[in-house]
Design a protein around this ligand. Sequence first.
Ligand code: AKB
Length: 337
Amino acid sequence: MRKKITLITGVVGEVGQALVKNLVERGNANLVTLDIRPAPVEIAHLSTHIQGNILDKSLLARLVSEYEIATIYHLAALLSTRGEFTPVEAHQVNVEGTMGLLQMAAEQSEWRKEPVLFIFPSSIAAYGMPNLKAKVDFPRVREWEWNYPITMYGCNKLYCELLGIYFSQYYRQLAAEQPIMLDFRCVRFPGLISAFTVPSGGTSDYGPEMLHAAAQGEPYACFVREDAIIPFMAMPDAVTALVNLAQAPKSKLRRCVYNVTSFSLTAAQIRELVVEAFPKAQITFKPDVKRQRIVDSWPADLNDDDARRDWDWLPAFDVKRSFKEYLTPNIVRRYQG
Ligand code: AKB
């Protein structure tokens, strides 16, 4: 009999590393992780790691022949800044990679006669505010509003949300027999800040970069204006959101895609918090017009009322707790030792 497992793609990314630790702490032992990169030492012992490409069909075929995949956390993606430099590659990884996994999950759901749970992180990048006036006038956007992304990554995320809904509700809708469909659940994340990892390739990276630079005593030139504002969340809350959504009773979920958020800050406010934690921080502002435009297209805040109502979503780390209890002490420890 094949071993029942949870598959995590893109595990070497920031969310993946935090998620693996969290799932293991919760007693989830049967984790298989997949990434184009080798597993870092911090998490290598926590799962069976496969180094490979999600676009490799023979690799996916080998996976299903060896394992019964019950749950998939599909985190592999090229983020918004990186995606603008390599849009074709971003589309391949973000869309074709997701499509391949959705197809595999659909086939597995039929084979097992039980839905595969497919958890997908989307992003504020799925939104596109047309100008700063709209951003000010409509600060707390709902899931279905302003879905006009201006980055390849944002377009990819929005389309993959729709693909997930398609595979979970309409796949083979004209077939004689209704197949068992997969269970697709998605959260739209704001910018994420981790104490243990530094992001790469994103456009919300200026927040965590400011903090990590200050903790290492390095100067940092922030690539957005002081008044640039987007929502953020501390990494432990991001992981909780994924796991809680995965565990929510299906009957309670009235949507497939949910906004989740914690606090919104301008770049100047982030700087103030960083300077409070690291008084010697040398942070200047040197806006990059092109990356600024991307940040300006993202909403100032997310309306996450539906997640709160349907599966009791509540961030544990507001801005004060994030900095005082999670970010500052852990970052200090990280760079001191
Ligand atoms: C990015 O900046 O691309 C990501 C995101 C907001 O999804 N961090």
